[in-house]
Design a protein around this ligand. Structure first.
Ligand SMILES: *Cc1c(COP(=O)(O)O)cnc(C)c1O
Length: 222
């Protein structure tokens, strides 16, 4: 299947999941996760009109999007950082990305705030929540959310637009999506980044504003 065909299939499924859950499919942003994918496949997505992409590493994303000239060639491009961010890369991340989806600790909130001030770029952010409370996984714990949200928005003046989660592999995603939605409602943010190749339809049905889909668009990663 070509990237273009895959995109059409996914858009149809988004539309169906949205319709059946009485939502408008325009409420759902498809973030095409291009990490590690060959340049030719990413170009196909650009040629098919896709403009929103997700990357998980700052350096790799910079080479791909700035090095290739695509950043200037496609001024309407929107790049989302979906991987863990080290504070010493905060400057590069703020310069390159349009949305940060992986805000997960105070030190990073401070670093991002400082860089955004310095660069005059105020990027929307999602707080990553470790809904499964997995020790190896990034994200703040659910019971820390209230304090962390207050810290990000009041002390750091960050523009927190929503929550993001990556459910444990061995549990039904729908449980975690429903939980994330409840958490977002409790702090009063509207954005929900939830759903990947295997579970984006559940994400849409449960209220996702953003889904992050890689292999279903581009094929399996090496
Ligand atoms: C890689 C990745 C994705 C995309 O995963 P697929 O299963 O290929 O759709 C989504 N979100 C995050 C945070 C990722 O790291």
């Amino acid at each position: 299947m070509s990237v273009k065909e895959n995109l059409h299939i996914i858009q149809d499924q988004i539309a169906k999941a949205a319709e059946w859950s009485e939502r408008a499919s325009t409420e759902v942003e498809l973030v095409a996760v291009s990490k590690v994918q060959p340049e030719g496949r990413v170009r196909e997505a650009l040629e098919a009109g896709q403009r929103v992409f997700g990357e998980n590493r700052v350096q790799e994303a910079k080479e791909r999007w700035v090095g290739s000239g695509w950043r200037t060639e496609y001024p309407d491009l929107k790049l989302h950082l979906i991987g863990p961010l080290q504070t010493n890369k905060a400057g590069d991340a703020v310069a390159l990305f349009d949305v940060i989806q992986t805000l997960d600790r105070e030190k990073l909130a401070r670093a991002l705030c400082k860089e955004m001030d310095k660069q005059g770029r105020k990027l929307p952010c999602f707080i990553q929540v470790n809904t499964g409370e997995e020790p190896q996984k990034a994200g703040i714990l659910p019971h820390e959310l209230d304090d962390f949200y207050a810290f990000c928005t009041q002390e750091c003046a960050l523009d927190v637009i929503g929550l993001m989660c990556i459910p444990p592999v061995d549990e039904p995603s729908a449980l975690h999506f429903a939980f994330l939605r409840k958490l977002a409602k409790s702090i009063g943010v509207a954005g929900l980044s939830m759903g990947m190749s295997d579970d984006f339809a559940q994400g849409v049905a449960l209220g996702a504003s953003h889904i992050r889909v890689g292999s279903a668009i581009f094929g399996a990663r090496d």
